[in-house]
Write a protein of this length. Sequence first.
Length: 160
Amino acid sequence: MTEDRGTPAQPPRRLADRLFGPTAAQPAARPATAHPEAPPSLRRAALAVGLEASLLGLGALVLLFLTLTGEPDSVPRALAEVVLAALAAGVLGAAARGLWRVAGWARGPVIALQLFLGLTGFTLAFPAQQPLLGLPVLALVVTVLYLLATPESRLAYLDR
């Protein structure tokens, strides 16, 4: 038996390489995707939605404080209100960032939550007779919906 001394000796393969094959080569770097520049009306809508998110988060904290220090009729129902307010604040916060970046997924949740906030503002302003709470909510809802409906905001999503 003769040995070929001209080729370098191969190191022994690891058990994982023998069972699953060698590791793959590193993939090429992903090309950077260019985000389109958001028009001013969409940026203003993102700022208004961010304001709504922060106010809803503050409202969730107030509801939690009132639940913990008061005597609600139903503690689970009161905690559910806190969770829903915090969840809405989180969704609006993420959607505000999405609007700023002209992300396609961001408009749907914003519009849906604006409808719910509009109903809440209307209920606060008129049947509950709390116009100091309800009218600012309605004003923010109308502002956001108007800014999202402007032609430049709609065209920003078509140019993606």
